[in-house]
Design a protein around this ligand. Structure first.
Ligand code: SF4
Length: 492
């Protein structure tokens, strides 16, 4: 069975591993050791997949600029599912990302038929207040699509590079699909690429944390990024010798632009009519080649004096990352920093000559929470989810009514144990309510061994939910008073 990835219907994706094969999403496990102080969602494998997150991890380790971007369609109540996305935006912002949050009112207008006024009310009252209450910092940008001229202009330009057949292949659009819906799709691609516009500092890696149902937007935008760019950096292989080299191709770029590019790239570079080939890698400073120093420049002296020991040590914990010689280590992943440097040069030149140099957006994919009664969460069934604006007592009550993985009788449960993998209460603690990994593990083990009964979990989770909602709603009221401190672009 093919997994359906549809951003406009609620998803029921049960076998996440299929996404790896079908859509080229990589498992997050492999990149986890590269991430400095991974978030709770990462540690607990709630975030299970990614595309190109290496460049984000690299930026976090080295202090290079990067952005996080996400959008919310103002469609209804803000709930725990939205909180997961907001938490991830805020986490990346804390790690140094410039943060962009788009309120997708063009999408709500075209898909749900909401008025602009209703979009604004829901956007502020539900999403923006909770985003700020959860810790979004004022240096990020929050905007309504309909009020953001750079997004609208870029969406129009992107529209030139996408046609109906492509949209129908990705989204299943048909002759019945209205034109504004298609425009809203181009607008979302513009949302994702906007952080790389010159006015926001130009080319940089951008991560979009999403559920797998949103992947079509990512696939479309990654394709568009390449189509918009003035240059394309490619790895090629010499047909005769088999040796690899990098080539920069300019689509119709004037000769003087290619010449300018050549002037800025050291190393052996050969210029042709429409492209240039880097035949020998540029001689970037020694430190660029020394993976350890790139990651921890403040410890350079220390590492140089103990290079072999450190090399052996690193090899033990991260096998095959480095080749170590007597006096230096060479990071085998050298191509990545080199490629990043080339991307920077290419984007500088493209910007000077009025072109784009977008890096295809990176993304992370998180698991969906199930509904409180089991099955899917549904906005039309209030008991299936907890809204961040639910009365705290009501929220606690919903937890107490939630489906558990316990047995029918206490005797049975003591004998057979419970099933935390099928338990909504455990899921609430796992995703949102318990920070402490040890405590969570203990609950799981006690449940499995039959020494814990569902009543005590429900009591604990209900109390935690009550406290969280009460605190969050107080913070929302403070956020309301501080809205003017934030950079929010509304529809005029
Ligand atoms: S004991 Fe706790 S974790 Fe186990 S099934 Fe019951 S509520 Fe869920």
């Amino acid at each position: 069975m093919t997994n359906k990835l549809d951003p406009w219907s609620s998803s029921d994706i049960t076998d996440y591993s299929k996404l790896f094969e079908e859509f080229g999403i990589s498992p997050f496990d492999a990149i986890l050791p590269e991430v400095p102080c991974p978030s709770t969602y990462m540690r607990r494998k709630v975030i299970f997949g990614h595309r190109d997150y290496e460049q984000i991890a690299y930026a976090m380790r080295t202090g290079a600029p990067f952005s996080v971007m996400d959008g919310f369609m103002p469609s209804g109540k803000v709930h725990l599912g939205h909180k997961m996305v907001m938490d991830q935006i805020i986490w990346h912002q804390e790690k140094g990302a410039s943060a962009f949050v788009g309120i997708a009112d063009r999408e709500a207008f075209s898909v749900r038929g909401f008025s602009w006024q209703k979009c604004r009310e829901i956007g502020v009252e539900e999403y923006i207040l909770s985003l700020i209450a959860l810790g979004f910092k004022p240096d990020g940008l929050i905007y309504f699509q309909s009020g953001c001229s750079s997004v609208k202009d870029l969406a129009f330009e992107l529209g030139v590079k996408v046609n109906f057949s492509e949209l129908s292949a990705i989204y299943g659009f048909s002759g019945e699909t209205n034109l504004s819906h298609m425009v809203s799709v181009a607008t979302q691609a513009a949302d994702i690429l906007q952080p790389q516009l010159e006015k926001f500092g130009g080319t940089k890696p951008v991560v979009i944390p999403v559920g797998p149902d949103q992947d079509p937007h990512l696939r479309l935008t990654r394709g568009l990024a390449g189509k918009m760019n003035m240059f394309r950096v490619e790895e090629r292989e010499d047909a005769k010798t088999g040796s690899k080299y990098l080539s920069i191709r300019g689509k119709g770029a004037p000769k003087e632009v290619l010449q300018e590019l050549k002037n800025r790239i050291p190393g052996k570079v050969k210029l042709y009519e429409e492209h240039l080939d880097i035949l020998e890698p540029p001689e970037f400073p020694f430190l660029e080649r020394l993976g350890l120093e790139v990651r921890q420049p403040e410890k350079k002296k220390y590492y140089l004096s103990r290079i072999v020991d450190v090399g052996k040590f690193i090899d033990e914990i991260r096998p095959h990352t480095f080749i170590y010689y007597e006096k230096h280590l060479v990071n085998k992943q050298i191509r990545k920093p080199l490629r990043m440097i080339l991307d920077e040069i290419v984007s500088e030149v493209a910007a000077e000559f009025g072109g784009y140099a977008f890096i295809p957006p990176a993304s992370t994919y998180h698991r969906f929470m199930s509904g409180l009664q089991g099955g899917k969460m549904s906005s039309s069934v209030p008991d299936s989810y907890i809204a961040l604006t639910d009365d705290p007592k009501e929220g606690a009550k919903k937890v107490k009514k939630a489906k558990t993985g316990g047995c029918v009788t206490l005797e049975e449960q003591k004998k057979l144990g419970g099933n935390p993998a099928e338990c909504s209460v455990f899921e609430l603690m796992f995703f949102h309510l318990l920070e402490d990994d040890e405590e969570l593990l203990e609950i799981k083990q006690e449940c499995l061994s039959g020494t814990r009964m569902c009543g005590s979990c429900k009591q604990l989770a209900a109390e935690k939910m009550y406290d969280f909602l009460k605190d969050h709603q107080e913070k929302r009221e403070l956020a309301r008073e501080r809205l003017d401190d934030y950079n929010i672009v509304y529809k005029e």
